[in-house]
Design a binder for this molecule. Sequence first.
Ligand code: ADP
Ligand code: MG
Length: 248
Amino acid sequence: MTVAVELQDVRKSFVSKSSTTLALDSVHLQVQAGDVVTLIGPSGSGKSTCLRTINGLETITAGSIRIFGKSYGKAADAHILRRETAMIFQKFELFPHMNALENVALAPHLRLNMSRREALDRAEALLDRVGLKAHRMKYPRMLSGGQQQRVSIARALAVEPKILLCDEPTSALDPELVDEVLELLKSIAASGMTMIIVTHEMRFAREVSRTCHFFDAGRIVESGKTAEMLNQPQTPRLQAFLSSLKNL
Ligand code: ADP
Ligand code: MG
């Protein structure tokens, strides 16, 4: 088996004049190629920071990150990290002045040096794949939240990443729009993509991921098979977290 992502003893502190926050505190994580894992845990526990370090959006304070066996520690390597990974954000982060097609075509054109024509052809095929061919000329403000998130998924796939990172991809959506995005992510997972997904949707976590990691206060405090972990949480902290969700 090939290891896609390996974090060893990763620490990340954010230092300001008045305080230091240890956002990641000795995190160990291993994800096999083709696996889908979910990260769960309370707000502020380090889930987004973990994804951002894997994507090279944050440098790490200590430890090491390997992507397909290649080691990255320094900020200078971030552009290489970003080549292997793509990220989907809670708030879509589409460019408002570009239509769906242009949003998806931008990265292949700029980052992969594709001609504009080739990039637009690729974008069109991807928008078809996410079910938005008919909406390709629309600007983000003309699309529903679910459609915007599907455009941003097409945009992430446009650079042919080896690893797809998803940070609460449905948290900003109205409840009736959640399923269209989750179904799309499930179909991408089924295609063999390596995925790391931060989610508050426990039903989705069960359906999409074999392995789950529970973050609390910057640490992974419980890991295991998703169904077993959610059915029989071992640590008091995961037990408390899951019952807090049920009480919502
Ligand atoms: P989660 O995604 O689990 O809600 P985050 O990874 O966003 O948690 O945050 C983990 C901790 O790091 C929190 O205490 C948060 O306030 C802090 N943090 C995150 N990003 C920054 C930043 N850019 N500057 C300072 N502190 C940050
Ligand atoms: Mg977060």
